[in-house]
Design a protein around this ligand. Structure first.
Ligand code: PLP
Length: 285
């Protein structure tokens, strides 16, 4: 049984509750962050906190009173739940105004803050389990502000179900002929040594792992192009991979049933995973 955090209190998970009038429940009016834990320490915490503040600002959700204590709360949950490898999930909603109304409530309604942990032994292994991911491509039917990390995760869930139904592991979403990103990760291909991933805009989430991986790649003298690419280009690539806080760098070996390169995890993805794990452990807190 886990200890979770709700609005200032650490509670056993079955005692933690949120109102039925919470706008996160009624309107998906909330944002979230997921931070990984390796060796009991938080990876890229400052990046996740910065993006949380940006997401709240973009939606005019007040910063919760706890905002200055979030590091301490994350650490306390990791300690209480004895997490060595795993995740800390954080959700902030616009709160519970006591009734349903499209109009945002006033300042008297405080944001709801929920955090919980998930234990994931093996999360930080040098090579992820399995031989790499098989992905399908699906149309991107999400809303237009994908740069805000909102809890509106229904379409990504549908995408994962479409992948499952097709016997694949995940889906890459396509808009105007180009891949935007994976259902819960940023998408990359490698061709002739060049790493290609979609440029930042409102069309994709600005991945915290993406930012770190691109920095490390450039520091290692790898060539990076931030631009859109088509599913055809992806299928003809030498390698493909995804990044996220929960998967770090994970190779993709098949797209729409077609093997990428030799059909096994490629050297660039494997190397970037090693570099990412090494470097981010150095700054874990
Ligand atoms: N893109 C989407 C749609 C996501 O949901 C996520 C993570 O949940 C990412 C990209 C990767 O972001 P990060 O590296 O910050 O986890």
């Amino acid at each position: 049984m886990r200890t979770v955090y709700v609005n200032g209190q650490y509670l056993p998970e079955q005692e933690a509750t949120v109102s039925i009038f919470d706008r996160g429940f009624l309107f998906a009016d909330g944002v979230y962050e997921v931070t990984s834990v390796l060796g009991g320490k938080l990876i890229d915490f400052e990046g996740h906190l910065a993006r949380l503040k940006r997401s709240l600002g973009e939606l005019d959700i007040a910063e919760p009173a706890d905002i200055g204590n979030l590091l301490e709360i994350h650490r306390e949950l990791v300690r209480l739940n004895e997490i060595d490898e795993g995740l800390v999930y954080l959700q902030v909603t616009r709160g519970d105004p006591g009734d349903r109304d499209f109009i945002y409530p006033g300042a008297e309604t405080e944001p709801t803050v929920v955090l919980f942990t998930q234990s994931k032994p093996g999360l930080g292994s040098a090579q992820p389990a399995g031989a790499g991911l098989r992905v399908i491509t699906i149309p991107d039917e999400r809303w237009g502000r994908r740069d805000i990390k909102t809890v509106q995760l229904l379409y990504p869930s549908m995408g994962k179900m479409m992948a499952k139904a097709a016997g694949a592991d995940d889906a890459w979403m396509v808009e105007d002929g180009q891949v935007t990103e994976g259902t819960s990760n940023n998408a990359y291909i490698v061709k002739d040594g060049v790493i290609v991933t979609r440029h930042l805009s409102n069309d994709i989430l600005h991945g915290i792992t993406r930012a770190a991986v691109l920095r490390f790649a450039r520091e290692a003298q790898m060539v990076v192009e931030e631009r859109g690419f088509t599913p055809e280009e992806a299928r003809a690539a030498d390698e493909a991979f995804v990044t996220s806080a929960t998967t770090f760098v994970t190779p993709v070996v098949e797209i729409d049933g077609q093997a990428i390169g030799t059909g096994v995890p490629g050297p660039v993805a494997r190397r970037l995973r090693e570099i990412y794990l090494d470097e981010s452990l150095k700054t874990a807190i």
